[in-house]
Design a protein around this ligand. Structure first.
Ligand code: HEC
Length: 151
């Protein structure tokens, strides 16, 4: 066997073995009464937009598309979800202090305004998460309204 073939087979074997390390797709329990959307009551259109663009990583309602079965891609995605929830979990909104909520609203409008959120690769994979400049401005405005005063 030539060296090239050996290396190729080695890579294939490694990819195959990786498939055994599956990610955990169980969503943590979510109490609807503590959800940001339940509590802050955005207009229906805004609620849908936030669910479509943020909730896969910033809530306990993550939906896992078919390609999240493929390692190492699945590990990379799961990492985004874990970090996303760690920083901001809209399902835990009711457990945040008033100060923390206000601060998170501020972060939200900043990160959305700077087009850092939703993460670019996520938008590529989720066309429904693509926002027009106008939609983005609307979202920024909605988050901004709460960053000054939490209602
Ligand atoms: C693909 C997963 C993903 C999506 C979708 C996503 N985020 Fe994030 N978000 C992350 C990750 C990962 C971080 C961790 C920080 C980083 O990127 O360094 C983060 C960080 C943040 C932070 C910083 C929080 C803090 O206080 O440190 C804010 C605010 C935020 N995201 C808002 C949003 C909003 C609003 C949306 C929807 C418009 C969104 N994100 C969509 C994954 C995501």
């Amino acid at each position: 066997m030539s060296l090239k073939i050996k290396i190729l087979l080695g890579i294939l074997l490694l990819l195959l073995l990786m498939q055994f390390a599956r990610i955990d797709k169980t969503n943590p329990p979510a109490d609807a009464s503590k959800d940001m959307i339940t509590m802050m009551k955005p207009p229906a259109e805004m609620a849908t937009m936030i669910k479509n663009t943020c909730y896969d990583c910033h809530s306990n309602h993550t939906q896992y598309p078919w390609y999240t079965n493929i390692a190492p891609l699945s590990w990379w995605i799961k990492n985004h979800i874990n970090h996303g929830r760690e920083h901001l979990n809209f399902s835990e909104w009711g457990n945040y202090s008033a100060d923390k909520r206000q601060h998170k609203m501020e972060e939200c409008y900043e990160w959305v305004e700077e087009t850092r959120m939703p993460i670019f690769s996520y938008v590529v994979a989720h066309p429904e998460a693509k926002m027009t400049a106008e939609e983005r401005a609307k979202m920024v405005k909605w988050f901004k309204a709460f960053s000054v005063e939490v209602k």
